[in-house]
Design a protein around this ligand. Sequence first.
Ligand code: SAM
Length: 182
Amino acid sequence: MTVYIYFLLLLAEALVLLGVAVYGFGLIFSSLKGAPYVPTSKKQLEKIFKNISLKKDDVFVELGSGDGRLVRYAITKYKVQGIGIEINPLLVWWSQLLAKRDGSIRKVQFIRKNIFDYSLTKVDYLYIFLMPELIQKLLPKFKKELKKGVIIISHGFKIIGFEKKLIHTEPDKTFSTYYYKI
Ligand SMILES: C[S@@+](CC[C@H](N)C(=O)[O-])C[C@H]1O[C@@H](n2cnc3c(N)ncnc32)[C@H](O)[C@@H]1O
């Protein structure tokens, strides 16, 4: 009996260590690619959607989608078409699992890709929560590929160079949200 408990404890310890290693790998991997994995808070998420008027089958794209919480929410609440682009394979796997659980899986695609390699020509709404340096590198792509009328929602950081396109700011103590219209 004691040996049995000992092995159970050993197994639990190994699982915890594995979880920590996987999570740590995920954090380091995402950071190396340009933006650490910091999810948008659930409290702010609902506020963010109140400022836009999504319609059924609009194309909502989240660049650097993390666990896909924005795109999954947009689908379950507004029935949009959702696409999440994420470079971290663990987060892609995790977001797919969560989408199966919340039923958004039928209308979402999570693609493991570098955001620079995904074409933005079909987007209606674009959500980003990325570091300023990465946003600046994306600007030429935004200018070239986004069609007129697209709404960009940038959580946390302003888009330098798009000042004239700013249509709304949702202030917050930690991360404000900026809305731009192309
Ligand atoms: C601050 S997190 C935001 C996650 C999610 N959008 C949210 O708001 O909850 C940034 C995400 O971008 C991803 N990322 C960073 N650089 C990327 C790149 N070059 N291509 C694709 N995803 C990237 C990271 O792995 C991370 O999950």
